[in-house]
Write a protein that binds this ligand. Structure first.
Ligand SMILES: CC(C)(COP(=O)(O)OP(=O)(O)OC[C@H]1O[C@@H](n2cnc3c(N)ncnc32)[C@H](O)[C@@H]1OP(=O)(O)O)[C@@H](O)C(=O)NCCC(=O)NCCS
Length: 156
């Protein structure tokens, strides 16, 4: 656990009601049932979620998924989100740093993809040492439209 002005960073280990409700607030487009399902899949060996907690509530989240087989040296970052009321306070960066430190030594490459128009996130990742290695056209659906993804990686 690490602290930053009343903020605690930790790996998520509990899947109780508070957690489910906090997640629902962070990801309002996720249905409760799907939140529950995602959380139950958490903390398996390959799938780790890290959170920032303020006054007992989850205010930021990120998920790190380990590769397997030929890709066992990789970690994929997904679902970085900071509660809108707590943005621009370095929570996203500090949570990422905390999670990056928790990666086992045998992992060598951290990867992620991000909406090419999401300059805030791209900037955050760049400042943490991620570099763009590609652009995947029509990579995702966002509000009914296909969007491109910037592909980024960082060697560790
Ligand atoms: C992107 C997001 C995670 C950033 O979290 P955050 O805690 O506000 O970011 P930080 O305070 O750590 O900012 C770190 C750097 O990122 C960049 N940044 C973050 N938010 C920014 C914004 N709104 N506009 C421009 N740059 C921004 C800046 O370079 C910033 O450094 P600075 O504070 O020295 O200028 C947050 O805005 C969020 O949850 N967005 C919605 C979900 C999302 O887009 N997730 C990424 C999916 S890949």
């Amino acid at each position: 656990m690490t602290f930053m002005e009343g903020i605690e960073f930790k790996q998520l280990t509990q899947t109780g009601l508070n957690t489910i409700e906090d997640f629902h607030l962070l990801f309002p487009h996720w249905r409760m049932a799907s939140v529950q399902k995602k959380l139950l899949a958490t903390n398996k060996r390959r799938d780790k979620r890290f959170v920032a907690i303020k006054e007992g509530k989850i205010v930021a989240h990120v998920r790190f998924v380990s590769g397997k087989g030929l890709h066992r040296h990789r970690v994929e970052v997904t679902s970085l989100i900071v509660d809108p009321k707590h943005r621009r306070q370095r929570l996203g960066s500090e949570l990422m740093k905390f999670a990056l430190k928790a990666i086992p030594k045998k992992k060598k490459l951290v990867m992620l993809s991000v909406d090419s128009k999401n300059n805030a996130a791209i900037d955050l990742y760049r400042k943490l040492g991620f570099e763009q290695y590609g652009l995947l056209k029509k990579a995702a659906f966002l509000n009914g439209k296909m969007v491109d993804n910037v592909l980024m990686a960082k060697e560790i």
